[in-house]
Design a protein around this ligand. Sequence first.
Ligand SMILES: [Ca+2]
Ligand SMILES: [Ca+2]
Length: 187
Amino acid sequence: MVLNLKKGQRVEVGLRKVRLGLGWNPNSTSGAPFDLDVSLCLLQSGKVVEDGHFIFYNNLASPDGSVRLEGDSLDGAGDGDDEVAHVDLTQVASRVEEILVVVSIHEYEERKQNFGQVRNSYIRITDESNGTELCRYELDEDFSIESAVEFGRLYRKADTWRFEAVGRAFNGGLQYVVDQYYAVSEG
Ligand SMILES: [Ca+2]
Ligand SMILES: [Ca+2]
């Protein structure tokens, strides 16, 4: 039985390797395509641990390979997962306390797009070893001005990994995410 999470709900993952599937459908197929992009921030004390630990379409894997992103859907067409990430929780470096999963709309300003024009948005976690779905979180709010959403986060609690359905939206793109989570480099 799949666990349907509500915003703010947390669940123990209890798996070694997980597949994160993210899906969305544009309300309208007219106009510019909706190119939503998944990115993953590997965080320590709320900041990306170092270069290479921000995973997005131009950096598809963490340096140690524990977090990988599959190809880039350019229009979100069709049901099911539009973009997919894989995380080997046993191989994530110990200093990584949290893996934040964000979805942002590419060129949202130029294309005048926001999450209010996107429906059926969700994130789901499945067990990589057998494909069993552990949990799913469907965005149920209408983010009518926001162009990016923190869907969820995997985080360590004691020696276990947990997942939280975050559902926090903001008005910005991938650059905003970078600005938010990259520490100012020294020197
Ligand atoms: Ca995309
Ligand atoms: Ca879709």
